[in-house]
Design a protein around this ligand. Structure first.
Ligand code: RB5
Length: 148
């Protein structure tokens, strides 16, 4: 699978750890930065990564900032994208099954790098339970301005 990844200055080490873990699992990683610890603005890196998912250039996206909150807000502004901010392996697995998010957001100041890797792997390896599709259709309808 081709996976977009991006972070801000608070999460470079986590991004490198998650990227290495995903490559070891056989995935292709497209890195949208940032690369160093100089202060930057998370939308500058998160948005291009999410666009790559929305446009179909990548199948999934992983966004990491200090809390994961800013990145998740950015991602959920992009049409068609469902981004889940997760805090544990259990929430990562559950959101895959219930919300089928194309993008996962994590907080580098919230979880350690090993947990981040385990969370991303759980999300990628858990199947969506199609009984939840009706709810996702309602989210899409809200996004399109015609909520039921
Ligand atoms: C950067 O200091 C911090 O605001 C950012 O990493 C993130 O936590 C924002 O939601």
């Amino acid at each position: 699978m081709r996976i977009a990844i991006a972070c801000d200055h608070a999460a470079v080490a986590h991004k490198l750890a998650v990227s290495a873990h995903l490559r070891a699992l056989g995935h292709e990683i497209i890195d949208f930065g940032t690369a160093g610890e100089a202060s930057c603005d998370y939308p500058d890196h998160g948005y291009p990564a999410v666009k790559a998912v929305a446009d179909g250039r990548c199948e999934r996206g992983v966004l990491i900032c200090g809390t994961g909150i800013g990145m998740s807000i950015v991602a959920n502004k992009v049409a068609g994208i469902r981004c889940a901010l997760v805090h544990s392996v259990d929430t990562a697995r559950t959101t895959a099954a219930h919300n089928n998010p194309q993008v996962l957001a994590l907080g580098a100041r919230i979880v350690d790098a090993a947990t981040a890797c385990a969370m991303v792997e759980a999300w990628l390896t858990t199947a969506f339970e199609t009984r939840h599709q009706r709810r996702l259709d309602k989210i899409t309808a809200i996004e399109r301005g015609s909520p039921c």
